[in-house]
Design a protein around this ligand. Structure first.
Ligand code: C5P
Length: 227
């Protein structure tokens, strides 16, 4: 069957990764979580003292980019690929509110974006990929056959993220999560390089009131029109 590229962009916690994983599994496609790649670079910067609440040493991070090797390995038990930084599994470490607080600042650095976009383009070069992020339909794969742009209210998204984090045992408040969601929306939409914007040919999809299964079925029907 004809393999296509599916680009899913949108604000944080709009359920992009949930539906991207469902579609990839159903279609036998590769799923690439590009947010995990930006989170990995932010995690590296935090671990190496390059970014703190007080300061961000951009030059040092850019100088060390060649030392940052991000890979994905499929975990059969989990049913999705986990992210590795220099061969260390950091899947859980990158999903914290701490990393979320720094990631959009790190993601605004053009040299970081250039490195990750090149890697993403290689990963999707043979099509048969579902990739989610902020600039997939606009920058990484502007020729993708199907582009989706996911939206939901900031409160709906913060509630989802809060539930995810507390279920994992993270001690966070709803207010702190909402603040982070709003701050990232602002940084992601206003940065100079590859801001989050709906591609002209993307289909906007609001999932505020849909169950995961309803969302999957609706999006699968859209995918099937492109196969
Ligand atoms: O998707 P997720 O919420 O994990 O992404 C974390 C952050 O990484 C986003 O808020 C954004 O700043 C950055 N990002 C990006 N471009 C992408 C994917 C993520 O700038 N393609």
């Amino acid at each position: 069957m004809n393999k296509i590229t599916i680009a899913i962009d949108g604000f944080s916690s709009t359920g992009k990764s949930t539906v991207a994983k469902q579609l990839a599994k159903h279609l036998g496609y590769v799923y690439v979580d590009t947010g995990a790649m930006y989170r990995s670079v932010a995690y590296y910067a935090m671990q190496n003292g390059l970014i703190t609440k007080e300061a961000f040493n951009v030059e040092a991070l850019v100088g060390q980019l060649s030392k940052i090797n991000i890979t994905f390995k499929f975990n059969e038990a989990l049913g999705f690929a986990e992210v590795y930084l220099n061969d260390v599994n950091i899947e859980k470490d990158i999903r914290t509110l701490e990393v979320s607080k720094f990631v959009s600042t790190v993601a605004s650095v053009s040299a970081v974006r250039k490195k990750l976009v090149e890697q993403q383009q290689k990963m999707g070069a043979n099509k048969g990929v579902v990739m989610d992020g902020r600039d997939i339909g606009t920058v990484v794969f502007p020729d993708a056959e199907l582009k989706l742009f996911m939206v939901a209210s900031a409160e709906t998204r913060a509630k989802r993220r809060y539930q995810e984090l507390t279920e994992k045992g993270d001690k966070v408040t709803y207010e702190a999560v909402l603040k982070n969601v709003e701050e990232r929306d602002f940084l992601d939409t206003t940065r100079a390089d590859s801001p989050l914007v709906k591609a002209e040919d993307a289909i906007e999809f609001d999932n505020s009131i849909l169950t995961k299964e309803e969302q999957f079925q609706k999006l699968l029907a859209l995918v099937e029109t492109k196969l």
